[in-house]
Design a protein around this ligand. Structure first.
Ligand code: ATP
Length: 303
């Protein structure tokens, strides 16, 4: 697996308070990585470190394989764009002038402003100043600004905070377009797990300054899907039965298997019993994303 960003035992301490510790995160190339955690979990701190705005107290991270201890990291960072907390835009300027300004700031000749505005759906804003934009438009302008210089990795800190439903849909579609059509990898921090689940391909769950679990969207979906969990005395016989009946399943432990389809329980039990395989436990399970998350963080509050 090729990772755009990896952190290794990353830690950040503010006086006596550990905001991050042993923080290990792996962002696959081409993914939309959702960094999920409640307020104060450490998401913004992690992003500030990666963007070079603060120095880690312990540990390291690498971006495109270059360690933060390598002086080249400054150049590598040019391949990434970020919006931390709120987008940095000049409110008294038009969308296009904001982009022209950004080209000046990063020392590149101005080009592609029209294309960028088109891409984020702001091509028709003309002379309208950013102060008259909706929050959603400002967020999209922020994304256009972060795309100046053609980065292939974008970091968005809580991008849908405060947006109305229409604004949320526009940001979601923009992220998907940039990911699918332009190959941009995303790190998106959020505490809106439901919204994130509409776009994320990978997740890192943060709690008290640590990544407590990383999962792919498929893995998460499997965990939350309706299923029957059975425990049997002979897993081979059970697998044979499921294969023969074309029933989707997954062996999760030595003698425990998840079945992802309704089955005729008595027929299943009797057939296996005839093969000397006993069904010792049988549970129907279904978990919501929210429950999965709450269980993960140990029944936390304020999710
Ligand atoms: P939120 O969604 O509320 O922004 P977060 O997950 O982004 O939450 P952080 O902003 O990273 O959380 O903060 C993590 C912890 O570190 C919090 O308890 C916060 O109060 C603390 N913290 C952050 N910055 C500082 C600082 N400069 N000095 C002291 N403590 C800080």
């Amino acid at each position: 697996m090729e990772y755009i960003l990896e952190t290794h035992n990353l830690g950040k301490r503010y006086k006596d308070f550990k905001a991050l510790s042993n923080f290990d995160m792996h962002i696959p190339k081409g993914s939309i990585y959702g960094l999920v955690g409640k307020n104060g979990a450490g998401k913004t701190t992690c992003i500030r470190l990666i963007c070079g705005l603060q120095k880690p107290t312990t540990g390291t991270y690498s971006i495109y394989g270059t360690s933060n201890t390598n002086p080249q990291i400054v150049n590598v960072r040019k391949r990434m764009g970020a919006i931390i907390e709120t987008p940095s835009i000049y409110l008294d300027m038009t969308a296009e002038d904001n982009l022209i300004e950004q080209y000046k700031i990063i020392g590149l000749p101005t080009k592609e402003t029209k294309e960028l505005l088109e891409l984020v759906g702001l091509a028709d804003t003309g002379n309208k100043k950013a102060k008259n934009f909706s929050l959603g438009m400002r967020q999209r302008l922020g994304i256009a600004i972060s795309l100046v210089g053609n980065p292939d990795f974008l970091i968005l800190d809580e991008p849908i905070n405060g947006l109305d439903p229409e604004g949320i849909i526009e940001i979601r579609e923009l992220i998907l377009k940039l990911n699918k059509e332009h190959g941009i990898t995303f790190l998106i921090s959020s505490h809106y797990l439901d919204e994130l689940s509409k776009i994320a391909t990978n997740y890192g769950f943060v709690e008290k300054g640590k990544i407590i679990k990383e999962v792919s969207a498929e893995e998460l979906e499997r965990n939350c899907k309706k299923r029957i969990e059975v425990k049997v005395t002979d897993i081979k016989e059970c697998v044979k039965y499921l294969e023969a009946n074309k029933v989707p399943y997954e062996v999760i432990e030595n003698n425990v298997i998840n079945i992802y389809q309704n089955i005729n329980i008595s027929e299943f039990t009797i057939t296996l019993a005839n093969k000397n395989c006993k069904v010792t436990e049988f549970h129907e399970k279904e978990e919501s994303l929210e429950n999965y998350y709450i269980n993960l963080i140990g029944g936390g509050d304020n999710v």
